[in-house]
Design a protein. Sequence first.
Length: 470
Amino acid sequence: MTATTPRTTLFSTGYALPTVGMVAIVAVAAFQNLAMTTIMPEISRDLHGETLYSLSFAAPLAAGVPGMVLAGNWSDRAGGRVVAWVSAALFALGTAIVMVAPTMPVFLAGRLVEGFGAGAIDVVLYVLVARIFPVELHGPVFAGFAAAWVVPALVGPALAGLVTEAFGWHWVFAGALVIAVVAFTLLVPTLARLHPPAPSLRPPWQRARIAWSVGAAVAVLLLNVAPDLPVALRVGAVVVGLVGAWFALRPLLPRRTLTAAPGLPSVVLLRGVLAAGFFGAEAYVPFLLQAQHGLSPSAAGLALTVAALSWAGASWVHGRLGERLTAATAFGCGLGLVLVSLVTAFAVATWDLPVWVLVAGWFVGGAGMGAAYPRTSMLTLRFSREGDDGFASSALTIADASGSVVGLAVAGLLFTATGGRHDAVAFASVFAAMTLIALVGIPAVRRLGPVPSSSAPSSPVPSSPGPENG
């Protein structure tokens, strides 16, 4: 008789609880994200902050940058357990502030606190995947993260819109806070398995990187504040913000990321470009449907629902195909589909095409993100080594957040300068600019280079990026 070894799955002994806990955390983030995008036009009217519309999305992403850097360094030193608790507490505090905000400044302050905690939690999730799950389960885990968007996608936008219409937008965040507490409770038993490394293996505190991350956050926030400033100050804020972001982000990413060097730098750059183009545009999709087509918040959320569903479906297919789908193919298909969605949105805004055209286009874009995003996550861990996974994970999430913030900043500047909600040209300008940004991803795909096999030793990730980064 021959003994057979049972196949290891996400629900095998030792992996089931962390799988459920992490997927629940991602589901909370999905609900919050979809709800926020759906009801933000209403919030901006209620709090008289339309010129700060983009900043409402950018603030938590920018604050998440120092959160990610600190969490990555801290996780490499302490194992991640304490990091997770502190991150969750800050996220809950920020959500509570947003929930009771009476003015736009208070609302934005809550979003900053919330974003710092959320950025740190993102890194903790990546560290959990790297340190608890075997390599062969990394793809299914990230597919599970995408699948966690399914239920929030089905009910989140409509529910947020209905709650806002019936009781007010404050109650949407109250519900999100309750869900967040329950989700984190599921993850608590798993956190005990994140043990600190031996003292000799603990990296030093990377004070310079933390300081640079704060500088990067301030720079990209300045870009997003610019639309609310007088014209003369606006130009200065844009220049200072762009220059500051360029210099502050370089030390936070792998060397030569901004020139798409082969390997991890190209992966990180592609993640940032995809985030900038897609999320910079997505913030204005329900806005366009409400302002130009007269849809209610709940109805306008349909575009977000179908995109999240196609994202989850494409990510599931990606997880099933695994290594049979090459990285170049996954990235090429994903980027191509995202470009189709952006061009479709531009066409709808320019020629006043029917609503279903935009919804269909955004469905295609969601599939593109679902094809490309899991592979960037997989390759980040593939190109990193044990002890550097905190740095690599934080670099990927920094690229994700900073790309989104830059995209939102460009969108906000163009939207305000071309007439705002009452002018279809403003929406068309946003979608055209996001299309041009997404095109930058083509060189990153072409310069990816060879990818190590899942059984090969991982390539080292520089723990102290230097001046070569560009």
